[in-house]
Design a protein around this ligand. Structure first.
Ligand code: SF4
Length: 220
């Protein structure tokens, strides 16, 4: 396990070498972040972007509009992202809940203490821990680290999260190791690193800029 100082050095190297993914922007509208994140599940960024743009051209991205929208038309808009029936169901269920329980805005919910806001978001059908954490981190600047497939794989290979740990174990290990101000960078840079170097099937360990910190370098 890295020390806090080593983790900080490693993050500095990643900041200098890895391109930050740009699908979700920091401080973007929370409801838009929620919808983009639902669409992005198991989908490449390019297809998510296409699907979201098609949806945005057809409907205003608000809980009211998406609750009342025609289900088949939402499905048609987000088809390029795959799993479009399940995602449409999640979008409309979450929209309805936000409209009915929170007056059509996520702001009241996001102003709650972190754990309460997180629990409430996760309680919505179709919103899992990663989606909730993305909304909380990007749109409410709350100190949490969303763990997607890249963050999970890279942090376990590096030895900074328990190898057999589930979502919460990985998230809490990363949050303990890094300072809160860096949580957004940690999330974005581990994703970027997973795409560029620490690929699922054939990681590029010899050219990996942080291989001196890695537990599993050369194991592939
Ligand atoms: S050395 Fe290999 S396994 Fe370790 S982080 Fe780099 S690419 Fe991933």
């Amino acid at each position: 396990m890295l020390t806090t100082a080593q983790a900080e050095e490693m993050l500095k190297t990643l900041k200098l070498t890895i391109a930050v993914p740009s699908l979700i922007k920091a401080k973007s509208d929370p409801f838009e972040t929620l919808i983009v994140t639902i669409i992005s599940q198991n989908t490449a960024d390019k297809n998510t972007q296409t699907a979201f743009e098609r949806l945005k051209q057809r409907y205003p991205i608000t809980p009211e509009s998406l609750t009342e929208a025609n289900t088949a038309q939402i499905e048609e808009c987000i088809k390029p992202a795959g799993l479009y029936k399940n995602k449409t169901c999640a979008i409309q269920t979450a929209s309805k809940a936000i409209r009915e329980k929170y007056g059509g805005s996520l702001n009241v919910l996001l102003a709650l203490p972190l754990e309460e806001a997180r629990k409430t978001l996760i309680g919505m059908s179709g919103v899992g821990p990663k989606t909730a954490d993305v909304v909380l981190l990007f749109s409410a600047q709350k100190p949490t680290i969303p763990v997607d497939t890249h963050v999970n794989r890279v942090s376990k290979r590096l030895g900074i999260a328990p190898k057999a740990g589930g979502y919460e174990a990985v998230r809490l290990s990363l949050q303990e190791l890094f300072v809160e101000n860096d949580y957004l960078f940690v999330h974005q840079l581990l994703i970027g690193h997973g795409r560029q170097f620490c690929k699922a099937k054939k990681p590029l360990c010899n050219s990996c800029p942080i291989n001196i910190y890695c537990d599993t370098k050369g194991a592939f």
